[in-house]
Design a protein around this ligand. Structure first.
Ligand code: FMN
Ligand code: MN
Length: 452
């Protein structure tokens, strides 16, 4: 068994990433006892909103398995996961679609150490938190669903929230246009169960890849992001291949034709969703390391939005905007905008150019509702600087435009039940004629630790 991280490769699993985060002071190891219900969620979100790091909770009441969360809650930690600078994240992510690397099969997994099947299966043995006060119960939120097309055999990675409903029973939400929905439709048309596996505690590039929409096996994208093939191993109760460097593996079948109430859960919009009639998973095996780490993420956290709305969408946003103008310098979908806001920086050469770029951004994804275009002297990762540009450089009657009754997202509270909303473009660049008079005040950045 070859379980150690290869030396040449800094990150190959969750633990090697946690080591990098710890070295970069982006991980808080919390020894104080915490409750699974609400407390872990409260702490994760408090750390995230204060710009602090991820958290590893070593002492979880009633369990001897530690819980980690928030690992991809900031642009800094995403850059560390990808081994690049913050400003390079969009291009790094975009590049994996150009050169996908297929996975390789191995005959070992971290999770081989303790395997429970049949009646031994007990989801209560895992520290599955209930994060937000309006959540219907404990949910697996950071598990990567691995599934297989019953006709073509092509595998798929995705995120599906799963609500704990019993020792071996989970509710699963599968939205309309997901690949997993297509697989389940095929299985159900033959009245057959659909096997799935849930990988909990993985290399962050696997989580990032699972958030992408890709007409192939997202494991190829994880390989491309890591620069080497992802090692996968056959499951115990099905022939699905799962990442071998996984802390905890849940195997199960989606029961054909069964639907049960599931949810609500804190949504990426920062609001709660509604309960839905959703499919049900019967858990057939739980396999894990002897001393595993359970990975979670809080619903409606920046981590949730980064994985679902920021990383998968910025590459196309950049492509559309730079197609319209080569003067576009950078694009960002900030997590605090729930995926509904896009910020573009550009060095405009024509006074009308920012509006064309804003229109291009609006067309990238239906979710994008507000587009703000700023000058290159504004740091698009700093919300305060963007608000400053809005406050000082915008003449509304000239710089703000609406696209009324456009298609948006139905979970946007300002949209109607079909998702129809009004899009807003704002040119927050300084008028050319004023550039000679209004220079931005800039102080030199210092290493503040030297002074404190
Ligand atoms: C944290 C997180 C939770 C998500 N929860 C769900 C979910 O419960 N159901 C769902 O269908 N999609 C959910 N999504 C979105 C899908 O996982 C995502 O769109 C994925 O790319 C779909 O994969 P596919 O294109 O292979 O179908 C979630 C995304 C994230 C990042
Ligand atoms: Mn897919």
């Amino acid at each position: 068994m070859s379980s150690a991280c290869p030396k040449e490769n800094g990150i190959c699993d969750l633990r090697s990433f946690l080591k990098v985060l710890e070295e970069q002071r982006q991980l808080h190891v919390i020894k104080k006892e915490v409750a699974l219900e609400y407390e872990i969620g409260d702490v994760l979100v408090a750390l995230e909103r204060k710009g602090l790091g991820a958290a590893l909770f070593e002492n979880v009441r009633g369990h001897n398995i530690p819980v980690v969360g928030g690992v991809l809650g900031s642009q800094e930690r995403i850059a560390l996961a990808l081994g690049c600078e913050k400003s390079e994240v969009v291009d790094r992510v975009a590049s994996c679609f150009e050169n996908p690397i297929p996975p390789v099969e191995v005959d070992w997994g971290y999770f081989d150490e303790v395997v429970a099947t049949g009646d031994e299966v007990d989801l209560g043995s895992l520290p599955i938190p209930r994060h937000a006060r309006g959540d219907a119960g404990p949910f697996i939120t950071a598990g990567v669903t691995v599934s297989k097309d019953p006709e073509t055999g092509v595998q798929n990675l995705s995120f599906q929230r799963m609500q704990v409903k019993g020792k071996n029973r989970l509710g699963i939400m599968i939205n309309e246009w997901r690949h997993l929905k297509g697989f389940l439709d095929k299985a159900e048309s033959r009245h057959e169960p659909l096997p799935i596996a849930v990988a909990i505690g993985v290399d962050p590039v696997i989580s990032i890849a699972a958030g992408f929409r890709y007409d192939g096996d997202e494991a190829e994208l994880a390989g491309a992001l890591r620069g080497k093939p992802l090692e996968v191993k056959k499951c115990f109760t099905s022939d699905i291949r799962v990442p071998s460097r996984t802390e905890i593996l849940i195997e199960g079948i989606i029961l054909p034709g069964e639907r049960e109430e599931e949810g609500p859960l804190a949504e990426f919009t920062g609001h709660y969703g509604e309960p839905w009639k959703n499919p049900v998973v019967k858990v057939t095996a739980i396999a894990r390391r002897k001393a595993p780490i359970y990975q979670t993420l809080a619903g409606a956290s920046y981590e949730h939005i980064n994985l679902g709305n920021v990383l998968p969408r910025e590459p196309l946003l950049k492509k559309f905007c730079t197609y319209v103008s080569k003067n576009v310098k950078a694009v960002h979908i900030p997590p605090y905008g729930s995926g509904f806001l896009a910020i573009i920086s550009m060095d405009k050469k024509n006074p009308g150019e920012p509006k064309n770029v804003a229109l291009a951004a609006m067309m990238t994804y239906v979710n994008i509702k507000h587009v703000i275009v700023v000058d290159p002297d504004v740091d698009i990762f700093d919300a305060g600087q963007v608000m400053w540009a809005l406050s000082t450089r915008v003449k509304p009657e000239r710089d703000v435009f609406y696209v009324p009754y456009a298609q948006g997202h139905e979970l946007d509270p300002s949209a109607d039940h079909r998702g129809v909303h009004t899009k807003v473009g704002i040119d927050a660049t300084l008028e050319d004629d004023l550039k000679a008079y209004y220079k931005k005040v800039v102080y030199q950045d210092v290493d503040i630790e030297k002074y404190l």
